[in-house]
Write a protein that binds this ligand. Structure first.
Ligand SMILES: [Zn+2]
Length: 85
């Protein structure tokens, strides 16, 4: 059985970044781009190894990597604040 929940991802400055379906438990380390349910910063279509920025404060959100052939955002833990909903 596949379990998970939708979480809102915000920057520490309070800007809403995206909404993500997180499978399983534990801390969010990386986000598979194809599991975003809302994308407010244009992560879909971002180039591999690009570093998306928060539109609010300009901090780096992390880096886009390929994981198992799928694009994912490896989160910069210093920038991201996640909220379960
Ligand atoms: Zn910000």
């Amino acid at each position: 059985m596949k379990t998970g929940k939708i979480i809102d991802i915000e920057c520490r400055c309070g800007t809403m970044l995206f909404r993500y379906f997180k499978a399983g438990k534990g801390r969010l380390i990386k986000c598979m781009i194809n599991r975003l349910t809302e994308d407010f910063v244009g992560l879909k279509g971002a180039a591999t190894f690009s570093r998306p920025l928060c539109p609010g404060c300009g901090r780096e959100l992390g880096i886009i990597m390929m994981i198992h052939g799928q694009p994912a955002l490896k989160l910069n833990q210093g920038t991201i604040k996640s909220i379960r909903i």
